[in-house]
Design a protein around this ligand. Structure first.
Ligand code: ADP
Ligand code: ZN
Ligand code: ZN
Length: 754
């Protein structure tokens, strides 16, 4: 029998809405928001879902199914999290179930999740010192038993009145060179006892602790300014040039929050960055500091999740350093969120839904907790800086590097001219080679940045121009020399390197362009005695590969590090003086309204790695277009004028921050059908939104994994709340999906595409 109570439940499905089930009497007491339950959905499927509301409103449909069972008695999701999920699903037009899938480690919702337990040994009761001495003296005739007990005392430092600490059984046996049989005798005699304790899956060493550093005058001023602006505003943008000491300011803000008993979330865009910052944070805050990113295994993620939930308890995490998904951890008491490198595109999730922006969602999360948010960057996004200029956010600035070290000097190297004068050595200009020579002679270190991995972005027949392309995507295949294959960077398809042209059978296949792998090869030839390494997706597939590369560079076991955007951000190396940007052109020529902003940010960011400690660094930018406006601005580190210029363009052509964009992508395996349905949707939307609709158009990559793609953009006025427009978009898509044959389409909505 059921009483008249019902539960609204979030299921991990892409279907919008919550699902209502009846609550059987026998489990009524356990059903609360945040609890995980099993329910039937459809004919056969049983899902784990999250209860988000309990009520007595009889649903309108018949045959309301009952909740089958409760998986976790205690709520695993708190109400703040449920609020965030709801906001994300409403704002980004996805289901709460999709948010749930992104938010929770899989194993958390399984009924059979088990911690790993290990046997520990402890004293059976609080013996006095005299008693212990007496026991040791009894045991004189059993020296091996005596040794176990002495080892226990040695390891735990036990004496009367002290806490009785457990020692791992394996450790005790190895310390006393003894066996389990002999240990059992001591247990039988009632001196020692066994307990089973969950063990951590996360290896952490507690480093020695240091007080936080004293802030410089400029830092103190910025710190005070942030705090006074927090009195009126919830969000402050910290605009500080690279190496101005933003991180130290965060550390001071964190210290204050921890003293108040609050939790802090510190977000970074890139896993590679967590390696250095986590050490900096642990040095000050010790074991309350945890790190979270996608390289952790599911059981490790579950443990971190639980330790965040155990805020305040022994072992609880109160400071989390993490990438975008760390937003979903079960914080109960956040005081501050730091979004470092807030301009970074990796904060936006592209696929699958929820296509959320972690910076904007963090601001929402902070407001749920009534916490403050600090956005930090050396080159803020046009959106955030605009918010600061018009007073929506506070603004604090640091205009000089810590220690008054000058920003790196930037040299432009004209590749077109160098090619013409035959001065290029492989892909390197004389300017870059000279800077590298000088640095290597002084045993200083170098970073070379190239935003393409692999050996060459495509290969080509030198006779007829034939280029091998992916069989599933409309892209050229990238040549990877290390594995000797052509690889598609969109779907992972690989094929052998052809020995002959697929068109004219000529044997003249040549590589074109260059990626990090080729640069690595050629640097080794040009500088045979330099120690060279590469950091990109291909060299960092293992969990510890970031740590190893970063440590090796810190310990000066690498002279030249070549990498993709992974090395461009946030890293802090003492002895790094020269940065080379190998090809600025392919950054600038990307067809996107943010391309210029992005290339400025990337160049500023990667330049910022040079000369951070003792002396001014040097940056060489190789380009065929040294007169380019953006490059001229990078040359002067002139963020504000970059902002003005971009802002003006966006206003003229109506792009964010002057409007909101909703991007709809429509996919079909048949090009004709795709054209038909995307035109239909385009017309429908134009009837509603008129000129605000752009497209349907084919994107630059018009086919991926056999699916042809069309894009429709809708520009919504900034002045009006977007909910109404979004509702109309959803309705138009729903209508399209009901058209005959439309079930073979794939439609994705991306709000604020980035
Ligand atoms: P940013 O985050 O702005 O790039 P960091 O906080 O990493 O800058 O600071 C740059 C360098 O200067 C780091 O090596 C850091 O340890 C050092 N530094 C910054 N502030 C201080 C300070 N107040 N005292 C000592 N060293 C500092
Ligand atoms: Zn050919
Ligand atoms: Zn492909």
């Amino acid at each position: 029998m059921t009483n008249n109570l019902f539960a609204d439940i979030i299921l991990p499905l892409a279907v919008r809405g919550r699902f209502t089930y009846s609550i059987p009497d026998n489990i009524e007491a356990e059903i609360r928001p945040g609890v995980i339950v099993n329910v039937q959905f459809g004919r056969r499927m049983v899902y784990s879902g999250i209860v988000c509301r309990v009520h007595d409103n009889q649903p309108e449909f018949k045959n309301v199914k009952p909740v089958i069972r409760v998986i976790s008695g205690t709520p695993l999701i708190n109400t703040s999290q449920l609020k965030l999920w709801q906001w994300i699903s409403e704002y980004y037009l996805c289901s709460e179930g999709e948010v749930m899938k992104a938010a929770m480690p899989n194993e958390l919702s399984l009924s059979n999740f088990k911690s790993r337990f290990e046997s520990f040994i402890k004293l059976s009761r609080g013996f006095t010192d005299e008693e212990l001495n007496e026991i040791l003296d009894k045991l004189k005739k059993a020296p091996r038993q005596q040794e176990i007990l002495s080892a226990y005392i040695r390891l735990t430092g036990y004496s009367k009145g002290r806490e009785i600490l457990p020692v791992a059984k394996s450790l005790l046996l190895s310390e006393s060179h003894s066996s389990a049989g002999i240990l059992d005798v001591l247990i039988d005699k009632g001196f020692l006892a066994t307990i089973s304790l969950p063990v951590s899956r996360i290896s952490e060493k507690d480093s020695f602790r240091e007080p936080v550093k004293q802030l410089s005058k400029a830092q103190t001023a910025a710190f005070k300014s942030i705090k006074s602006q927090f009195a009126e505003k919830d969000i402050v943008l910290l605009h500080g040039v690279t190496s101005s000491g933003k991180t130290e300011i965060y550390i001071h803000l964190i210290e204050e929050q921890l003293k108040l008993g609050k939790q802090v979330l510190y977000m970074l865009p890139e896993i590679a960055l967590t390696t250095q910052i986590i050490l900096r944070l642990k040095r000050h805050f010790g074991p309350v500091t945890g790190v979270y990113h996608s390289r952790f295994s599911d059981p490790e993620k579950v443990e971190i999740w639980k330790r965040v939930a155990e805020n305040g308890l022994l072992n609880g995490y109160r400071l989390i350093l993490g990438v975008r998904s760390s937003l979903f951890l079960p914080f109960s008491n956040l005081g501050l969120i730091i979004v470092d490198e807030e301009h970074d595109g990796s904060y936006k999730q592209h696929d699958p839904a929820p296509r959320y922006h972690a910076r904007d969602s963090a601001i929402m999360l902070a407001s749920v907790h009534k916490a403050k948010t600090i956005l930090g960057s050396a080159s803020p996004s046009v959106e955030s800086y605009n918010n600061a200029v018009n007073g929506k956010y506070g603004l604090a600035e640091l205009k000089e590097r810590f220690g008054l070290i000058k920003l790196p000097s930037i040299v432009l190297a004209n590749t077109r001219e160098a090619y013409r004068k035959k001065l290029m050595v492989s892909h390197f200009t004389p300017e870059l080679l000279q800077a590298m020579d000088q640095a290597l002679a002084k045993e200083e270190q170098i970073i070379l940045f190239q935003n393409r991995r692999g050996f060459s972005p495509y290969i080509e027949c030198s006779d007829c121009g034939w280029i091998p392309v992916c069989i599933q995507c409309a892209v050229n295949l990238t040549y990877h020399k290390g594995i000797g294959k052509l690889v598609c960077h969109y779907c992972g398809y690989t094929s052998d390197m052809p020995s002959k042209c697929g068109n004219c059978h000529s044997t003249g296949m040549v590589t074109r362009g260059f990626g990090t792998e080729k640069i690595e090869d050629e640097i080794k030839i040009v500088f045979p005695s330099a120690r060279v390494a590469r950091m990109d997706q291909d060299t960092t597939r293992n969990k510890n590969s970031f740590n190893k590369l970063i440590r090796a560079f810190e310990e000066r076991r690498i002279d030249v590090l070549i990498g993709t955007q992974m090395i461009s951000k946030g890293l802090d190396f003492e002895n790094l003086t020269v940065v080379g940007i190998l090809n600025a052109d392919n950054l600038l020529n990307y067809p996107d309204f943010r391309a210029h902003e992005r290339s400025f940010q990337l160049m500023e960011q990667v330049s910022g790695r040079a000369g951070r400690r003792q002396k001014q660094g040097k940056v060489v930018i190789q380009t065929s277009d040294p007169a380019n406006k953006i490059i001229r601005l990078v040359l002067r580190h002139d963020y504000v004028n970059m902002f003005r210029m971009q802002s003006e363009e966006r206003r003229t052509f109506n792009y964010p921050p002057y409007c909101r964009i909703v991007k709809i992508s429509i996919k079909h395996k048949d090009r004709v059908q795709l054209n038909y349905y995307s035109d239909l949707l385009g017309r429908e939307l134009k009837e509603i939104f008129g000129k605000r609709v752009l497209g349907p158009e084919s994107p630059v990559i018009s086919q991926v994994q056999l699916w042809y793609i069309k894009i429709i953009l809708i520009k919504i006025e900034k002045e009006k709340p977007p909910a109404k427009a979004k509702q109309l978009i959803i309705e138009a898509i729903d209508r399209l999906e009901k058209e005959k044959g439309a079930s073979t389409l794939r439609i994705a909505i991306d709000v604020d595409p980035y």
